[in-house]
Design a protein around this ligand. Sequence first.
Ligand code: SF4
Ligand code: SF4
Length: 410
Amino acid sequence: MFERLGKRSGGRDRGDVHMGEPGFLRKLVRPRKLESVFLFVTSKCNSNCRTCFYASEHQEGRDMTFDEIRRISDTAPDFDKLWIAGGEPFLRKDLAEIIEMFHRHNGVKAINLPTNGLLPDPVEKIVGRLLDSCPGMTIHLNFSLDGLGETHDQVRRVPGNFDKTVATMERIESAFGSHPHLHRNVATVVTPIAYEGLFDLGAYLFQKFNLATQYFESVRGEPRDPELEPIDRARLEALHESLMPLYEGMADRLFGEMRPGVRDFARLYFIGTIRLLYRLQEQNLEGPCDWGMRCTAGQTTFVIDHDGGFRACELRPRIGRMQDFDFDLGAALRSTGLRDEIAAIGGGARANCWCTHTCWMLASLKFSPGTLLYRIPRAYFDYRRNGSRAFDPAEHRLRDIEERIEQARS
Ligand code: SF4
Ligand code: SF4
């Protein structure tokens, strides 16, 4: 969700708070143009998650071929960020070639790479290759962990999943841990069955790994297990509140080596953005509530499904198929279907569609000067006024959490 602040004394990243792209705050007023492409590279998956909102797609249609994706890249304008999605992306054999192609042809500067962590060899091989072949590109490697120990395995319905993912994370940390362009994050889906252990999960990961951040998303879309309802608002608020000491600790790690003034500024935006996003999640959990900024889905974001279908965001219906545009992304972006969809969304409010999806909130807030200049700092100062707490490792000892993981298994 967040990129580290540039630590180099020279170079273009100096002094910027990165949140998804270089130069985040330098570009306060930016035209709404394509900024992020969400590309589902495969529908195949080696997991069976109860939370999966893409499950109905797993058996349907074929994945786009490399040549079809190459045509998309050839016809796309330059854009900053490529969000890889699936399925399990690392099941795709030509994943590295696809990413390299978008980096070279389309100037992609940052890539979001999610994984369930069950394929350690491809993860290490592909990440290593990309760090060498795309030296200026930032890789956000996002591991999925939805619960502590066995609870994660129950959510994902894969025996031993938690241990395997943690082992993959250890392997990546030891291979590339200090690489400045690799940011390791954890994505956690909040469900009622894992709720009680989620703070422990955060405290465990924070102490065991040098993560850039961990973000928590309420279960969304139509999950494979319809009984997995989102938790209620009061419990979500309590969870977010309990996590703040961990985010304070992450800010210390991310910005600790910076000059004092710059460090304070970076902390303000890091914590303020988290507070704002979590507040929006809470407010939209049970019904539509104005984001206070326009949702830019379809204008700055474009989603391409594994079989060529496309949409404005992950939660909206399909608008068309890339096949009908001969995989010409420029033509799809100019299509009447997309124009009508953007008008129907109306910045979120007109379609009365709402969501708790922080990826789209983040993608949208970059285009809202009022949010950048006022609402994020205000969220930070409101939080500070109500008191804040640092993470205390003595209160949440790693060894105690590991013992709780083992006890739950026996
Ligand atoms: S949530 Fe992701 S890892 Fe789980 S089944 Fe769906 S695509 Fe696979
Ligand atoms: S508000 Fe949410 S569901 Fe509606 S268009 Fe924006 S991202 Fe999609």
